[in-house]
Design a protein around this ligand. Structure first.
Ligand SMILES: Cc1cc2nc3c(=O)[nH]c(=O)nc-3n(C[C@H](O)[C@H](O)[C@H](O)COP(=O)(O)OP(=O)(O)OC[C@H]3O[C@@H](n4cnc5c(N)ncnc54)[C@H](O)[C@@H]3O)c2cc1C
Length: 381
């Protein structure tokens, strides 16, 4: 049975999340960071102190031993308040903890897990290349074996938070004869390593998540920098991205609810033709449609959380949750912009931030076209 009621522990956690967000990220601070392109890396240790990175980690590994449902509730709450903090939370939980736990060596787990749980370590995922976007298996970056380690040569692009990270998790071809998804391995590379050159990329949204183009000019990494099995990097990377879909679906659902809240408040306040916009049937129905879409997205996310927490296969459901949540966000921000009209188009408004930020998520972290392919495959097509 699926139980939809948060238990007392979950309610207490959400209460402390709310207090933290009110204190550290009030609305003006969110707008200041967005306008000034200030990433919330400084908040990571405080999120760590709250215990949020320990939620679904087993007690014997220093975690709280809760399950994925609690993580998703927190992600939704963070996304509803400020996507910038949800994004950085997901990076630690998905790209960091899940990867180190899933395929890190015993030495890597011992060295990295405590810092990740404390919010003192950030790992950025460096997969995409100029010629390898949706087709991630087309990567050309190479790692050549040398005495004591590897030398990495190539280029990555659109890597989020790369300069603020402690490590880049870099996918590189270790078998020079290989093509496609075979012969790829993963390496933990400090962004400060000799031979790494970073150029910032200018973009339309997600201002608090800087994007970088990165050159690797014979960057040396020692043998122990390899994460996971040699030649199995593509499989490892896909498992990281599978986990991150659940995170994205939960946070994007929270953001979509924030967009509906924003449009609803405006429809109650803004008076035209002598009555609030919300008294007009076309606006009322638009808002009803928006809320129904968010409710559907939330139910899909909760169902996915239950599947993960109870150890069931959730390939199809994870892809579906990612598609439904990201397309819901675009739907509600498109209609939210219409309801707010000029008030939404002002750069002061939160709606324009939701609208431009939300454009990324239907193609980022596994394009929705590819998610539909996964769903169709899981349906036996
Ligand atoms: C702001 C931002 C942050 C990012 N952060 C990261 C990051 O941290 N790390 C990282 O490694 N990458 C990151 N990326 C890269 C992101 O993952 C890619 O943009 C994404 O994989 C799509 O690749 P592309 O942009 O080259 O599009 P393309 O691959 O050129 O695709 C263009 C369009 O064609 C569609 N398409 C392609 N192939 C098919 C197919 N077989 N069937 C149907 N449709 C298809 C795509 O879905 C898309 O709609 C980021 C990108 C952005 C913009």
């Amino acid at each position: 049975m699926i139980d939809f009621a948060p238990d007392e522990t979950q309610l207490a956690i959400l209460d402390s999340v709310d207090r933290f967000l009110q204190d550290r990220l009030p609305p003006d601070e969110i707008r200041r960071r967005d306008a000034g392109h200030v990433p919330p890396y400084d908040l990571l240790p405080a999120l760590g102190e709250l215990g949020l990175f320990r939620l679904a980690v087993p007690e014997e590994e220093g975690g709280l031993g809760l399950d994925w449902r609690t993580v998703m509730l927190v992600q939704e709450r963070l996304g509803r308040h400020a996507y910038m903090v949800a994004s950085i939370f997901n990076r630690v939980v998905g790209f960091g903890i899940a990867s180190v736990k899933g395929y890190g060596s015993a030495a890597q787990r011992a060295a990295l897990m405590p810092k990740l749980l404390e919010g003192r370590l950030l790992i950025a995922l460096a997969l995409t290349e100029p010629e390898a976007g949706t087709d991630a298996s087309a990567i050309r970056t190479r790692a050549m074996r040398v005495e004591g380690g590897w030398r990495i040569r190539g280029r990555k692009t659109w890597i989020s938070d790369a300069k603020g990270a402690d490590y880049l998790l870099v996918a590189a071809r270790t078998d020079p004869e290989s093509s496609g998804s075979r012969g790829i391995s993963l390496f933990l590379v400090p962004p400060t390593a000799e031979g790494v050159a970073m150029t910032p990329l200018s973009k339309v949204g997600n201002n608090c998540m800087p994007s970088w183009d990165i050159g690797f000019d014979d960057v040396f990494v020692p043998d122990h920098a390899m994460m996971g099995q040699e030649g199995q990097g593509f499989r490892h990377m896909m498992s990281t991205l599978h986990n991150s879909r659940a995170s994205m679906a939960a946070t994007v659902t929270g953001c979509a609810q924030a967009a509906v809240d924003c449009a609803l408040a405006h429809a109650k306040e803004r008076v035209q033709f002598g009555r609030p916009l919300g008294a007009l049937q076309s606006v009322r129905h638009r808002l009803a449609d928006m809320q129904m879409r968010v409710d559907q997205s939330r139910l899909t996310v909760w169902h996915l959380g239950w599947l993960i927490a109870t150890g069931q296969k959730a390939q199809r459901e994870a892809s579906a949750a990612k598609v439904i949540a990201t397309e819901t966000l675009q739907y509600v921000t498109h209609h939210g912009m219409q309801i707010l009209a000029s008030a939404g188009y002002s750069s002061e408004s939160d709606m324009q931030r939701f609208w431009r930020d939300g454009r990324l998520y239907t193609f980022g972290e596994g394009a929705n076209e590819i998610q539909r392919e996964i769903i169709a495959r899981e349906m036996g097509l």
